[in-house]
Each structure stands twice: as structure tokens, then as C-alpha cells.
Design a protein around this ligand. Structure first.
Ligand code: UDX
Length: 434
């Protein structure tokens, strides 16, 4: 199929390289500086397997680049929209990038027969876009086809999804989408467009709710000396619940969960609904970092000249994305309390904020620190020499915000005098054995 994809962020770029790999003729469109970067081989995002597929696409000729969306779509059978839809400060979703693209086709007076909306858009958006197109005489059909890929495993998720959701109006659109995804072995759920749009929000906010539920239970575990890992293992092994997204920690981050939750709350308000469960999910998440800071303050007594070493800057492992990362909330809170931050991340080497020094290794970050906090569960943190980490510190206190460290690593850390290990949803362990 000949397809034009607008937007080369996580969703657009991953869709472009994967569809090219599957034999489609893909033209990816973005703004001039981004396309210049792509032409020079600069991808802008870091994702396992992406570079290889990108190189494949270029070599096969299935992947091309353009800055002019109309020119790129002259003989395209479908136009896929994967532009950003950020949440505005008033809670409404900013659809200006989508409108901008469609305005170009309306002005041109022609458009590919099918528009596939991959961007996450509030329920009813596809209907509204189609009305605007009709008003200018364009007969294009709009399909809602939300994407569920996760950063860090984006290629895998795109190629092997749990399902493909297609919200469409006609057998023609359904047949085209089935053709587009013919090489992907996954059930295709065909439904109306509004339901398809809502599935994406419902899925993301449900996952966020599972995480907040686990975090709430972890506080209760701490209050009663239970172990959240055991509790959630027991809960998650019930097949009606499932084991995923029940890991307690510093709270969810990333560009999707908070944004989609706020957007859904706004959609609720627009039809007079308050969605209290989602309010609670957001509230629990907002309280995570302040709760860890309170633990630190109670360990330290006073905050005078305190230094915190932070391991992990990206919002999750295997990505360099810092958007809405718990790290940013932590940094703000530390600045508020006058705590200096020295951070290390295997991929993120620069943070565009004051008040943080990014170290070149975990060991350097820990030197002179009054506590270490693990924020992201990068697997390489497990194999650090934890006795060496403790030795360099001013006070060997560790907050394991992801329950990452196995007993062996904790034992090594606790070899040091006065060392304290503070996990999530479990009892605190010190070198004195209490
Ligand atoms: C999410 C959705 O999973 C994906 O389907 C959608 O398309 C985009 O949003 P992503 O934001 O890439 O994907 O990451 P995800 O793996 O879902 O993690 C989100 C956040 O939740 C991370 O900060 C992660 O650390 C946190 N998390 C996840 C937990 O705190 N506990 C868990 O058990 C799982």
C-alpha cells in the first residue's frame, strides 16, 4: 500500500519503519529540521531495534521523507496522522497539529481517500474532522486506529500487538485497514469510531489505575509490615486481574498516562461527569514523590546541605524520554527543600533544568551523597558494586523507589556502617538488622 505518515515521533516513526519493513511504500512527513535530521540518519528518539529497521527501510527504498504533506500524498492510498495531541493547561486536548495538516488538503482541494487517525484524540474528534472535510467538498473517510505501543518496546509492540482497533464507517475502510495490517498476526476489533477513540483512553487510564492501586496498597503494606511484592503476586495470579502493571514504586510517568487521564477527565466534564476513580488515580500518583521526600526528611532530621544521588532520569528503562518523568517532580521538590541533586542515567546525559548535576557514572553520582534514590529500574543498576556505592557516600541511605535490588545487592550495601535500605511497600532494613 502507498501510505503517507505525518509526524515522526514515537508512534509515527515506529509505524513508518515497521510498515516499510512489511513491504508498504511509506513516505514520512515532518517539519524541515526533523526531516533534515532523518535524512542525515539522526532519529531523535532512542528505541531498541529502531536504527536497524530505519536502515532497512532506506536500503529497500520503501521508506522516504518529505516536508510537504500534500506533495507526499499525491498518489497515496491512505494518510496516517501521528502528530502530537498535547493537553493544554486548561485540560483540553490541543488538536491544532491535526487541524493544520487537514487545512492543507482542504486548501489543495484533494486528499487521499482514507485518513487514519493514529494520534490519541478525544472521543468525537474523527466525526468533527470528517464534518470539516465534507464542508469543503472532500469525500475522504476518516478511520480511528489508536496505537498501544509502549516506549522501550515500541517495535515489538507494533509488530506483535494484543489487538488492532479499527473504528470505521464502511466495509471499504475496514478492508483497507485489514490490508495494511495483513502481515501482523493479531485480532482486529472493528467498531464505531467513537468507541475506538475511547478504547485508547480507557486502556491507558485503566493501566494507570492499576498502578495507583498498587501504590496505595504499598502504603498500607508499610503501615502493617506486609510485603507489597507478595501481596501483588498473590493478587495478580488471579487470571481475572492479571500480573501486569501492579508494580508499586515512584508512580507512573511518561507522555501518555497523565495526559490521557487529564484529557478523559475533561471529556467527562464536557458531558457533566466527574469520573471520581480517575481523580483518585491522579491524586495517588501526585502523592508518590512527596511521600518519598517525607521519608528522606524523617531520616535526615534537618536538610542543611543535603545531597541526593538519583539513579535513573528517564521515565522508564530503555528510553531516553524524560517527559513527565518522576525525576522532574523529584527535582522540583528537591529544589523547594534546598536538596542538591546529582543524577546518573545510562542513556540521558543532559537535563535542561537547573539544580541538577548529571554524573558520568552511578559511582560518581553517589560520591558524597546523603542518600541514593533509585527512580528508574534500569537493569544495569542491579549489578553495580553496592558496597562501593555505600563507601563513597556521606550517609549510606538508599531509597529503592522501584523495589529493584535483589537481596544480594542489598546485603552488600548493608555491609557499610549505619547503612539503611528503604524499599517500597516493605519494611525498612538497616545494617543493625532492624
Ligand atoms: C503507555 C501504554 O502502556 C501504551 O499502551 C500507550 O500506547 C502509551 O502509554 P508508555 O508510557 O510507553 O506506554 O509506558 P508504560 O510501560 O505503560 O509505563 C508507564 C509508566 O508506568 C512508567 O513510568 C512505568 O515505570 C510505570 N509503571 C508501569 C509502574 O509504575 N508500575 C507498573 O507496574 C508498570
Amino acid at each position: 500500500m502507498r501510505i503517507t505518515i505525518v509526524g515522526t515521533g514515537y508512534v509515527g516513526l515506529v509505524a513508518a519503519v515497521c510498515l516499510a519493513k512489511q513491504g508498504h511504500q511509506v513516505t514520512a512527513v515532518d517539519r524541515e529540521p526533523v526531516i533534515r535530521g532523518l535524512r542525515a540518519g539522526v532519529l531523535g528518539i532512542w528505541e531498541p531495534g529502531l536504527e536497524e529497521l530505519f536502515a532497512d527501510g532506506r536500503a529497500s527504498g520503501n521508506l522516504r521523507w518529505e516536508t510537504d504533506v500534500v506533495r507526499a500524498s499525491l498518489d497515496a492510498e491512505a494518510l496516517m496522522l501521528a502528530v502530537g495531541t498535547p493537553t493544554r493547561p486548561d485540560g483540553h486536548t490541543d488538536l491544532s497539529q491535526l487541524h493544520e495538516v487537514l487545512a492543507k488538503f482542504m486548501h489543495h482541494g484533494d486528499c487521499p481517500p482514507l485518513i487514519i487517525v493514529k494520534s490519541t484524540v478525544p472521543v468525537g474528534t474523527c466525526d468533527e474532522l470528517e464534518v470539516s472535510l465534507r464542508e469543503t467538498g472532500l469525500r475522504t473517510e476518516i478511520v480511528s486506529n489508536p496505537e498501544f505501543l509502549r516506549q522501550g518496546s515500541a517495535i515489538q509492540d507494533f509488530m506483535y500487538p494484543d489487538r488492532i482497533v479499527v473504528g470505521c464507517q464502511s466495509p471499504y475502510a475496514e478492508a483497507e485497514l485489514r490490508h495494511l495490517y495483513a502481515r501482523i498476526d493479531a485480532p482486529v476489533q472493528v467498531c464505531d469510531r467513537r468507541s475506538a477513540e475511547l478504547i485508547k483512553y480507557a486502556a491507558n487510564t485503566f493501566l494507570a489505575t492499576k498502578i495507583s492501586f498498587a501504590n496505595m496498597m504499598s502504603d498500607l503494606c508499610e503501615g502493617y509490615g506486609a510485603d507489597i511484592r507478595q501481596v501483588m503476586a498473590g493478587v495478580g495470579s488471579d487470571r481475572r486481574i492479571g500480573p501486569h502493571f501492579l508494580q508499586a514504586g515512584v508512580g507512573y510517568g511518561g507522555s501518555c498516562f497523565s495526559k490521557d487521564l487529564q484529557s478523559l477527565l475533561t471529556s467527562g466534564k464536557l458531558v457533566g461527569l466527574s469520573l471520581p476513580m480517575l481523580e483518585a488515580t491522579a491524586h495517588i500518583n501526585e502523592q508518590r514523590i512527596p511521600r518519598f521526600i517525607a521519608k528522606l526528611i524523617s531520616c535526615w532530621g534537618n536538610l542543611q546541605g543535603k545531597r541526593l544521588a538519583v539513579l535513573g532520569i528517564s521515565f522508564k528503562p530503555n528510553t531516553n524520554d524524560v517527559r513527565d518523568a518522576p525525576f522532574l517532580t523529584l527535582l522540583k521538590q528537591c529544589q523547594l527543600h534546598g536538596i542538591a541533586v546529582q543524577a546518573y542515567d545510562p542513556v540521558v546525559q543532559h537535563v535542561p533544568y537547573d539544580g541538577v548535576h548529571v554524573a558520568d557514572s552511578a559511582y560518581t553520582a553517589s560520591v558524597g551523597a546523603d542518600a541514593i534514590m533509585i527512580l528508574t529500574e534500569w537493569p544495569q543498576f542491579v549489578s553495580l558494586d553496592w558496597a562501593r556505592m555505600a563507601q563513597g557516600m556521606r550517609q549510606p541511605i538508599m531509597l529503592d523507589g522501584r523495589n529493584l535490588l535483589p537481596n544480594k545487592a542489598v546485603e552488600r550495601f548493608l555491609e557499610h556502617d549505619a547503612a539503611v535500605y528503604i524499599p517500597v511497600g516493605r519494611s525498612v532494613v538497616s545494617c543493625w538488622g532492624d
